[in-house]
Design a protein around this ligand. Structure first.
Ligand code: 0X9
Ligand code: ZN
Ligand code: ZN
Length: 304
């Protein structure tokens, strides 16, 4: 049975996407995003009050299979949107004026595998030609200095870049969706864990992004906001200098494709539990992250 304060398996999350849309037709709609390598459906939720010419923010979770708190966050976001509409002034305003595309689990096959076979699995589950090792790192698979620093051309590596950019069904579908909706999508937020960081381009180079100053000051105010709830400290900055150089990430790709407000969140914790964050921390993690996400959304609404 589905719970916002527990980790839900892929079938439970997929069923939840159907029921949450069915129960809230004026705020949530579900569309079919793609079919995964192993044949699972990947669903996309659109959250917002219907209107014309709305700006949109795309938020994905579950890129990396083992980062279980991230699908939990995407589910939490949708719940909060529904519960806040009409009662919370800030969130109501955001939902009246923005659409949020929420992709609860991008890497559905990897996520399923992390439940059944290997809790620490990271990559997709696509077979590599003439190779014994399985899977591609979806966050090394985008056409942004693809397969250079911090990525590997070896299929056995956990950061394998894949055979070509967007070689995976799931990353190709994400690329297509953003390309096809570039005129409305003003923000791209990709949710990962762990290390309590808010990262922005670039990760493939240490050169500054054109919008460095604005992205940096927005990151600073977003992590300050996040910390007000439970005192959780985030570091922030361009990915290459803040976490490590790594090419082929979706954030850098989205930014270079024209989505200025492109951020990677690395949620709790700092390593005590790491990917195995206890369910008892889901609520506080999601609550504090909501503050940062809403803060960024406000900025996008007012500036994009
Ligand atoms: O290495 C990653 O993909 C992310 N860290 S994680 O521990 N969740 O795997 C960081 C991504 C930062 N952005 C880019 N590398 N583009
Ligand atoms: Zn990750
Ligand atoms: Zn709390």
């Amino acid at each position: 049975v589905h719970s916002y304060e527990k980790y839900n398996d892929i079938d439970t999350i997929n069923a939840w996407t159907g029921s949450i849309a069915e129960e809230n037709p004026d705020l949530v709609s579900r569309s079919f995003f793609t079919t995964s390598y192993e044949g699972r459906p990947v669903y996309l939720l659109k959250v917002g009050k219907s209107g014309s010419n709305k700006k949109a923010i795309f938020i994905d979770c579950g890129f990396h299979a083992r980062e279980w708190v991230t699908p939990a966050f995407c589910q939490w976001f949708v719940k909060e949107a529904i519960n806040s509409y009409g009662s919370d002034e800030e969130f109501t305003n955001l939902l009246d004026n923005l659409d949020f595309y929420i992709l609860p689990v991008l890497n559905v096959d990897g996520y399923a595998y992390s439940w059944t076979n290997d809790r620490l699995w990271r990559k997709t589950r696509s077979l590599n030609k003439n190779q014994k090792c399985v899977g591609t790192d979806p966050n090394r698979n985008f056409d942004a200095a693809w397969c250079t620093g911090g990525a590997s051309a070896s299929p056995c590596s956990t950061v394998y870049c894949g055979s070509t950019p967007e070689s995976e069904n799931e990353t190709k579908a994400l690329g297509d969706f953003i390309r096809n909706n570039l005129s409305s999508i003003k923000g791209y937020l990709t949710i990962h864990s762990y290390s309590q960081m808010l990262l922005f381009p670039y990760s493939y180079t240490n050169l500054r992004a054109k919008d460095h100053n604005e992205l940096n000051s927005l990151a600073k105010s977003a992590v300050e906001k996040l910390a007000t709830l439970h005192g959780t400290v985030y570091t922030y900055g361009p990915g290459g200098k803040t976490i490590y150089i790594s090419a082929g990430g979706s954030d850098d790709w989205a930014y270079d494709t024209g989505v200025k407000y492109s951020y990677t969140f690395e949620l709790r914790d700092l390593g005590t539990y790491g990917f195995l964050l206890p369910e008892s921390q889901i609520k506080d993690t999601c609550e504090e992250t909501m503050l940062a996400v809403k803060h960024i959304a406000e900025h996008i609404l007012n500036n994009a």
